[in-house]
Design a protein around this ligand. Sequence first.
Ligand code: BES
Ligand code: MN
Ligand code: MN
Length: 453
Amino acid sequence: MKDYIAANKDRFLAELFDLIRIQSISSKEEHKEDMYKAAEWVRDNLLKKGVDKAEVCDTEGHPVVYGEKIIDPKLPTVVIYGHYDVQPVEPLELWKSKPFEAEIRDGKIYARGADDDKGQMFMHFAAFEYMVKHDKLPCNVKFMIEGEEEIGSPSLGKFLTDNKEKLSGDVILVSDTAMLSPDTPSITTGLRGLSYVEVHVTGPNRDLHSGLYGGAVANPINILCDMISSLIDENGKITVKGFYDDVEDLSEEERSEMARAPFNEAEYKKSIDVKALHGEKGYSTLERTGIRPSLDVNGIWGGHTDKGAKTVLPSEAHAKISMRLVPNQNSDKITQLFKDHFLSIAPDHVKVDVEFLHGGEGYVSPVDTIAYQAASKAYETTYGIKPVPYRSGGSIPIISMFEQILGIKSILMGFGLETDAIHSPNENYPLAQFFKGMETIPYFYQYFTEDIK
Ligand code: BES
Ligand code: MN
Ligand code: MN
């Protein structure tokens, strides 16, 4: 594969850049057509790469692309999952180059989707092309590429239920996570779940003059701030009643096993330019993101936010709040607990409303499976060292649905880096990761097929 990459790298990059050019932002209504364009691009590219068939499947939301190459029904089947949708790009002024015109600087591809997930997904397309061309495909392959990951995959539960038969397979292979560092190959063995809500606090029936009324009428923004700050106590514990009821405590043994994952705190702080880290007492940074839940305000607004001063006591205040959950916590249950709690702490001078936006369940992947061992050997082959298992703080809601609805476990071979700035301005993906990923993937197919037979 190494020689094949060297001979074809410019074409691979040109193809990826074409996909990146399509502004497939799933959360924005005005990009609905781009979602179709991107899906069609994926279908056509899979056909060029050698699948027997590929199709764009409509859902209630954005389309899913399905493709397959069945070389022998008796052989195992690897299902590749990826997503062609991306996050919005604002604030535009912070980008050094245009977000949808990929640019290579200092050995990195800069663009929205360069890593998450167009770049990582494309490594699988390239690896597949190579295996087909060189008669090295050892098993059947199915591709399921969705366009709603960044909005919580709302239509995907139904899609999986309706297409159970079509999507049957032995393992789901995904590159949509990160590794610990460029020289620490790692396999993601955990993802967090998510409950995402928007809260609305309403005070007086209109914005009031802050001189005439100030001091006599409760200010919804002040109240919202009080309510929010009461959600986490001085030990970093979330105060929502019942929040921790289903959180699994790991044994000391499991925790010390986890602590073996290399982590450089100084570098971590430096990369995000903070002096000190902060979180739940009694847990390390990797534990805080890997095995403990968290609660964050994602945005807060109300009153006068334009330039200049305007003396108002606002009528409304709003915030978006996300809770990252650990396996065994249930997203619907946590949303209900949050609603009950948030309404219970609301003072009489305001009306409070909690709206559910989206959610999903976490995932833990066992390490004693054929798929994990095959992935481990694949990294060992290309990196020369055994990869470390580690639990990531991010979420991919469909991964738990694959298990619940299709009964298939996933293996998360991510080649992203923490420094890739996914979802942020100047998202990037190092070329070295892009090509190393392509090189590693065919070994997974080989070892997995050898061992499962
Ligand atoms: N690929 C990410 C998730 C991820 C990144 C996991 C790095 C582990 C390491 C995915 O596209 C993502 O952004 N997920 C969202 C889920 C949400 C919008 C429902 C997330 O985690 O915020
Ligand atoms: Mn992703
Ligand atoms: Mn993402």
